[in-house]
Write a protein of this length. Structure first.
Length: 258
């Protein structure tokens, strides 16, 4: 069975409906915007896995509601939102995302924010749900450019999962990874481009403002401190990465005027 590229910028062949793994953060919101621009029908999927930053579950709902209000052309494509409870991940992992511990690097070179098997389990469950819902494209915001070395975010892993899921379910899945080879600054730019393409006046700036105000990335779940790049503690690895990307994007000629 041939397997399409995981970084294909447009739907391939029969892939007209997508399931976006959607956490309510900057990356997954950008992926959702691109999917809404490209596919005829899009559904979303979130996971409860005992994460410390559970505030993201509310952020998901806020972002979805704002997208429907602000981008009417996308609203008609945006279908059902699903949430799956995978709390077993919290039982089998000892990480700073699921336990009250400080962020640190482990002896294997990975940060203790790495939840072993998380993306593998997420994609497997997403494929099972997509199979039942008649969706063939699975869209996820993993990348190799701005990441912490997580092995389940690598392009080779995604290609292997695409093949395994397609063979194991006898269903031709496309695992699409729009952010695989771009950094955070380019992710902001991609979101702006998708907003512009939506047909909404000033759509690019409106999507950026929506993401600044409503998406959530901070590992500590901080929604009290508002920075130029959005809400967060400003100290955890996720905040530092987002802030660095926003600074680079803000210096480009594609960012909204202050």
């Amino acid at each position: 069975m041939p397997t399409p590229s995981t970084s294909s910028p447009r739907p391939v062949g029969v892939h007209r409906a997508a399931l976006v793994l959607f956490s309510g953060g900057q990356d997954s919101t950008t992926c959702l915007a691109q999917a809404l621009q490209q596919y005829e029908r899009v559904e979303t999927l979130g996971f409860l896995y005992g994460q410390r930053h559970s505030v993201e579950m509310q952020a998901r709902l806020d972002v979805l509601a704002r997208l429907r209000e602000t981008f009417p052309m996308w609203s008609g494509k945006l279908g059902q939102d699903h949430v799956l409870d995978v709390g077993v991940l919290g039982q089998v992992s000892e990480t700073s995302l699921t336990r009250d511990m400080a962020f640190a690097m482990e002896s294997n070179g990975l940060p203790n924010t790495f939840v072993p098997g998380r993306n593998l389990l997420f994609l497997t469950l997403a494929a099972a749900l997509a199979y039942r819902r008649g969706l063939t494209a699975l869209v996820t915001g993993v990348c190799e450019t701005d990441f912490s070395g997580y092995p389940d975010c690598r392009d080779d892993t995604m290609k292997a999962m695409q093949l395994a899921l397609s063979l194991g379910m006898d269903h031709r899945f496309l695992v699409e990874t729009p952010l695989m080879w771009i950094d955070k600054a380019q992710t902001w730019a991609l979101a702006h481009d998708m907003g512009e393409a939506s047909g909404v006046p000033e759509g690019g700036n409106k999507l950026i403002e929506l993401m600044l105000e409503h998406t959530h990335t901070c590992y500590l779940g901080d929604r009290d401190h508002r920075h130029a790049w959005g809400y967060g503690c400003g100290r955890c690895p996720a905040c530092e990465l987002r802030a660095k990307g926003w600074e680079a994007y803000s210096m480009s000629d594609r960012s909204p005027s202050p």
